[in-house]
Design a protein around this ligand. Structure first.
Ligand code: ADP
Length: 488
């Protein structure tokens, strides 16, 4: 349960990290796309307005040059069609002052600067007068910016555009489009003075990016995709872990045991066949002799004595088999290795079994690695058998709070690993027999686990013992040779 929670928590954290990173990247990309569009549109507006203002200078230059003779020109035919923003054109002889003092002041300024001058500006309505002093007459044009903008080319909608576009001159403003002023995390703005030297208006654009403009859809999709990816990775890893675990269990548990059992059984059948046939023949013969009237005791006794001898021989076959394990050369394959590591691997393998039975595992290990002399596969097999037996005993007895304690106690030159459980313990009259080959009290048991484990422990220069805990439960103590820190 706990490891499942941990996997879920790690998966959730990885997903959260991935989603946040993805959301940041996507939002940044979207904002920079929007900003680029805003900059391009602002530049187009700046260029279009600039072109129009340059036309106004050109109109005045043309009037000053051509000097049309009319006093006041209204709706000037072709000019009106070409420049709809020109509302009226005024002319005044240069030696006569303009009636409007503002215009006269502009006239003087224009004379001084030798260029057209702005006057009578009513920017709120988009109107102003551009006046150029010339000889023999000066000219002024009344302009309407509303007509200056070609809306079909203009990059912003006049109404409903999210961008606020304002033309400014001194403290006057002409709002071209009001834009949308809502709350938002990001504001884009730009301000530029238009290029015309006579009409130095400033064009300001501003866009507030609202929360609704952020790429929520893409972020949600990305989060979903990351969740699927994380789930897939967890699933694949779990599958792989399960497969590895199953393979390992098979190797050290069932297949290993069955293989060795198969080999052992074949050897046993071969070795025991002869004494057993002889026992059968002798027993049958003595039965026949005893049934005779009167029973023929002497040959019957002889036949029985023969049987006993053959049975002893069969027993010695079994003992020899155990000894051969001990002398299998395992001692030569031993080397210093970390007991803690082998222990952790065995525990990891049995974790699903412990979880399935709701068994709490308590480990009391020294803070540092403990090195012993051993062969890793054999050591793993012993620890696996001890843990597996404890799980079986606890499972069969249906203990309400099943527990297993593992303790590693380093001693002078030795290390003792104990596996204790709070199960029913071992029947006292079986205590001496649990290490015998084929001794089992379990219906599906083979009775080989402990016998094999004891032989392996002895082959590694250690030993295996069993006792019952006074508080209940069985205690198995595996003693091994320790590798001292100084000598390792
Ligand atoms: P198997 O597990 O196939 O029976 P083993 O050699 O591993 O063979 O165990 C022999 C016997 O020892 C078991 O059948 C059981 O009676 C006893 N035994 C082993 N471990 C425990 C334990 N932790 N608690 C109680 N009995 C145990």
């Amino acid at each position: 349960m706990r490891s499942r929670h941990r996997t879920f928590l790690y998966g959730f954290l990885i997903w959260l990290g991935l989603s946040l990173a993805g959301a940041t990247v996507l939002t940044r990309a979207e904002l920079s796309r929007q900003q680029e569009a805003f900059t391009v549109q602002s530049n187009i507006a700046y260029r279009l307005l600039g072109q129009r203002l340059a036309q106004h200078d050109a109109i005045l230059q043309m009037l000053a040059l051509l000097q049309p003779p009319v006093q006041r020109i209204e709706r000037l035919g072709a000019l009106e069609a070409m420049f709809p923003q020109v509302m009226a054109i005024y002319r005044e002889e240069s030696d006569i002052a303009w009636a409007n003092p503002q215009w006269q002041q502009a006239q003087l300024q224009s004379l001084k600067t030798e260029r057209a001058v702005l006057t009578d500006v009513r920017l709120a309505q988009g109107r102003y007068v551009l006046l150029a002093a010339a000889h023999p007459a000066s000219f002024a044009v009344l302009l309407d910016l509303n007509a200056a903008i070609a809306w079909d080319e203009w990059p912003f909608r006049r109404n409903g555009s999210p961008v606020r576009v304002v033309l400014e001159w001194q403290d006057q403003q002409w709002v071209i489009s009001p834009g949308l002023e809502h709350a938002g995390p990001v504001v884009f703005q730009s301000g530029k003075t238009l290029a015309s030297p006579s009409q130095r208006f400033q064009l300001h654009t501003r866009r507030v990016v609202s929360y609704a403009d952020l790429p929520w859809g893409q972020v949600a999709l990305f989060a979903l995709a990351s969740a699927l990816l994380v789930a897939l990775i967890i699933y694949v890893r779990k599958q792989r872990e399960q497969t590895l675990r199953a393979q390992e269990l098979l190797r050290i548990g069932q297949v290993g045991r069955l293989n060795s059992l198969g080999e052992m059984a074949a050897g046993l059948a071969h070795e025991l066949n002869q004494p057993l046939t002889s026992v059968l023949a002798n027993t049958q013969a003595s039965l026949r002799l005893l049934q005779e009237d009167p029973p023929d005791l002497e040959p019957a006794r002889e036949a029985m004595a023969h049987s006993v001898e053959q049975i002893r021989r069969a027993a010695s076959v079994l003992t020899r088999l155990r000894h051969s394990l001990r002398e299998s050369g395992l001692a030569d394959q031993c080397y210093p290795l970390s007991l803690t590591q082998v222990l952790e691997e065995s525990v990891h393998l049995l974790m699903p079994e412990l979880e399935r039975h709701g068994i709490t595992l308590e480990k009391r290990l020294p803070p540092h690695d403990v090195d012993v002399v051993g062969e890793p596969v054999a050591l793993g097999q012993i620890i696996h058998n001890l843990l597996n037996n404890a799980v079986s005993a606890l499972g069969a007895a249906q203990i309400s709070h099943p527990r297993i304690w593992i303790e590693v106690l380093p001693r002078q030159g030795r290390v003792v690993l104990t596996v204790r459980d709070n199960g029913p313990g071992i029947d006292p009259q079986h205590l001496d027999r649990v290490f015998e080959p084929f001794f089992t009290t379990r219906s599906d048991g083979l009775g080989l686990g402990l016998s094999l484990s004891e032989s392996l422990a002895q082959a590694m220069g250690g030993g295996l013992t069993a006792i019952n805990d006074p508080m209940g439960g069985a205690v198995f103590a595996l003693e091994l040779q320790r590798v001292d820190e100084e000598s390792s």
